[in-house]
Design a binder for this molecule. Structure first.
Ligand code: ATP
Ligand code: MG
Length: 742
């Protein structure tokens, strides 16, 4: 159990009793320590697997941990909970939902569902969507929940008119959720906390059950998750109002958290590194262990990562080293456009597999935003390179997939108003907006759920007979399906829905080629259900829906199916999803200011630092080879954009990068094949626009020699501030200034 660990790691594994914090840079074996610690607990400290709760950030990490433990203890490991915060809370809530007034088959609303519900609320409150955008309300309610602020508190604290409106919408939204028997993603955490606080005996039960709580990636916990952990392990001490300690937390569970403040990349979801920085204050007995050796990456990769992250202010300097040797240099490439960038990646993967025995499964391609995957997919399909896009979002966001899931959800929970209204007239059955609104009026007049109102549609005022009949037929259809749902596996039920509703026939009869791919997607969903049934022979519809909701969450990694006989497939994913993973070969693509760092972060020091941490995460995923690529022209929403090189690439010491192209290549000098009309004219004299970073020496035709002070803005609007010594400081538009880099 202790083999293959250095002395600090070993200490962390055998540490006994008080709360334990392991802080260390990327690739230093934090996750490995967690896994070994679990194995050690089982083997040497006689802990039962059922007493262990390990929180990981992704399903993939959870699976890997489980596999390891499986090898050690066999099927006993089944009793162990290794899962994400959401999965763990969901399990607890399924058992305890009734205490909070929810059915145990409660629905789970993803972001799109909760936005729909919020839109309904705002409509009912007669709010002008321009002044009070439902999406923004949704996001703010999510922030409240991450901070564990309920609507009563929000109402109390609201000062301005806008705050009051928001708090009222929060309240109405929450009441609607309860009525629908649904929870949104943030509720899953918040309601578990509420459950533990309202019912101490329930908290006690889980505390006695989970004597060991281990949390990976602790730097990305938000306040709600932080409190959840405190409730779960018990408080270190109980104090009177005067601050006297009345009880030391003798029955606390053992807590072990690991993390790296430099990898905190979820501030936009309320994550706060306060939790890691103040661990010792939260748990005065705590023990902290630092790890300094990186086992993942070559020295070159690590040096690049360290150089980039060291630009962030207010961080604790770290001394991360590796004894893996320098390894190959980082490869830099500037493509003419985004297609060429993808072609370069495909060719390199090909070349590496010929020359270096690299398999597609060893390679990962990272990008900043989901939409960037499309071009890579296109080129990879064309060149026959097997790949997999990670991040189930896109599939589960498709209309037809959401439709079918909505049917399934209604069968599990007819009060689920968002799903119910989604399918009310899908496929079209003559229930128009007017009829829908009348049912809504009936539901609020009679204070019954939307489903109940549908069943009593004949009491609605002014319904046309035709609409009434359509509603009656719909209710009969759903009731019939509910009756059938009993004892039918989810895949068969899904098929039954497609047939009974006419959804399948409609798509099959269509001439629209898009409808064919819709059919494929529906069939894919049915195979997802079949796979679920194979893996869980006893699995219920509710459990299937629960699994889908968790996978559909943006940052969960679905099973990577090995499509190519052991060679694996290239992994395409966003930088956020890449957290905690490692690959022999990594491509960081679209390394352009305005793409990465993201355009919204430019000029926002805090957000820029978060982007830089994301760059640090990206670089440190690479074990042996790292590529940084960008495109001189990129079409975004059809219009070409010319982004300067990412400042993060500029922060990597020059001697670490081997440029395959002119690193300063721009659309001005690139042989751009596409969109020739959009190519700006080269500057007079045929000069190219230089790529500049603070500190660079330049020569200006009129002002002479100078030093770059700062570079700001994007593309054609990039401004450079240059110190011309006695000539003073000047701010110039980079694209037009007669400048030469020295
Ligand atoms: P991240 O911050 O990216 O999550 P981490 O600190 O969790 O990284 P791990 O993923 O646990 O790091 O480890 C990185 C790599 O180093 C893994 O391949 C792991 O097996 C290996 N490793 C860790 N410790 C040792 C060790 N003592 N000896 C050999 N290999 C090790
Ligand atoms: Mg890790």
């Amino acid at each position: 159990m202790l083999d293959g660990l250095n002395p600090q790691q070993r200490e962390a594994v055998i540490h006994h009793g008080s709360p334990l914090l392991i802080v260390a840079g990327a690739g230093s074996g934090k996750t490995r320590v967690l896994t070994h610690r679990i194995a050690y607990l089982l083997a040497e400290r006689d802990v039962h697997p059922g007493e262990i709760l390990a929180i990981t950030f992704t399903n993939k990490a959870a699976r890997e941990m489980k596999e390891r433990i499986d090898k050690l203890v066999g099927p006993r490991s089944k009793a162990m909970w290794v899962m994400t915060f959401h999965s763990a809370c969901m399990r607890i809530l399924r058992r305890e939902a009734k205490r909070l007034g929810f059915p145990s088959s409660f629905s789970i609303y993803d972001q799109a569902d909760s936005q729909r519900l919020m839109a309904m609320v705002c409509r009912e409150m007669d709010l002008d969507p321009k002044r009070y955008p439902p999406r923004s309300f949704s996001a703010q309610v999510s922030n409240f929940k991450n901070e564990l602020i309920d609507y009563e508190t929000a109402l109390d604290k609201a000062g301005s008119h806008l705050e009051k409106t928001l708090a009222q919408a929060y309240k109405a939204y929450q009441l609607k959720l309860t009525e629908a028997g649904a929870m949104d993603f943030d509720d899953i955490i918040m309601n578990t906390v509420t459950l533990f606080q309202l019912f101490p005996e329930v908290a006690e039960h889980y505390r006695m059950r989970f004597r060991h709580v281990l949390v990976d990636e602790y730097q990305d916990t938000n306040h709600a998750q932080y409190i959840l952990i405190r409730e779960l392990v018990g408080h270190p001490e109980v104090r009177t109002a005067d601050g006297d300690v009345v009880r030391q937390g003798a029955d606390m569970s053992e807590l072990c958290v690991v993390g790296d403040a430099d990898q905190s990349i979820y501030a936009f979801r309320g994550a706060t590194i306060r939790n890691i920085l103040e661990f010792e204050r939260d748990y005065p007995e705590a023990r902290t262990i630092l790890l300094e050796q990186n086992y993942r990456s070559t020295q070159n990769i690590l040096a690049a990562a360290n150089a980039v992250i060291s630009r962030n202010e207010s961080r604790k300097p770290k001394n991360l080293w590796s004894d893996q040797g320098d390894g190959p240099k980082i490869v830099g490439y500037v493509a003419d456009n985004e297609h060429d960038e993808a072609v370069f990646v495909a060719q390199e993967v090909d070349r590496l597999s010929d020359e270096d025995d690299v398999k597609p499964g060893d390679v990962a391609v990272f990008y900043r935003t989901n939409a960037a995957s499309r071009v890579f997919e296109e080129i990879f399909i064309r060149t026959g390179l097997p790949y997999k896009v990670v991040g189930g979002v896109r599939f589960y966001e498709r209309k037809e997939v959401k439709d079918l899931l909505a049917y399934l959800r209604v069968l599990a929970n007819p009060n689920d108003v968002v799903s119910l209204r989604r399918i009310l007239n899908v496929p079209k059955r003559g229930i128009g907006d007017r009829a829908e609104a009348m049912i809504e009026a009936l539901s609020s007049r009679e204070r019954v759920s939307y489903w109940e109102a549908l069943r009593r549609a004949d009491e609605a005022y002014g319904m046309a007979t035709r609409s009434l009949n359509a509603v009656r037929e719909f209710v009969a259809l759903v009731e019939e399906l509910i009756a059938k749902a009993e004892g039918m596996p989810p895949s068969a039920l899904a098929e039954e829905i497609l047939v009974a509703t006419g959804y399948r026939t409609e798509l099959e009869a269509s001439e629209d080629p898009q409808d064919e791919s819709r059919l494929e997607n529906l069939n894919e969903l049915i195979s997802v259900a079949s796979e679920f049934e194979e893996a869980n022979p006893e699995g219920t519809l509710v459990e299937f829906l629960e699994q889908v909701s968790l996978v559909a969450d943006a940052d969960q990694i679905p099973e990577l199916r090995d499509a190519d006989g052991g060679q694996g497939v290239v992994t395409l994913m966003t930088l956020h999803t890449a957290k905690g993973l490692e690959f022999p070969v990594v491509f960081l693509t679209a390394m352009e200011d305005g793409v990465f760092p993201h355009i919204r972060s430019l000029g926002e020091p805090k957000e820029l630092e978060e982007e830089r941490r994301l760059a640090y995460v990206g670089i440190t995923r690479a074990q042996q080879r790292l590529y940084v690529t960008r495109a001189a022209v990129r079409s975004s929403w059809g219009a070409p954009s010319f982004n300067p090189a990412s400042r993060f690439v500029g922060e990597v010491p020059k001697q670490l990068i081997d440029w395959r192209t002119d690193p300063g290549k721009t659309a001005w000098n690139a042989a751009t094949r596409r969109e020739p009309a959009a190519r700006p004219a080269p500057k007079s004299g045929g000069r190219t626009v230089p790529v500049l970073n603070p500190g660079d020496r330049v020569s200006h035709d009129a002002f002479g020699l100078g030093t770059v002070v700062s570079v700001d803005g994007v593309a054609e609007k990039t401004k450079v501030k240059i110190d011309f010594g006695s000539g003073g400081e000047k701010t110039l538009l980079l694209a037009y200034a007669p400048l030469e880099k020295l």
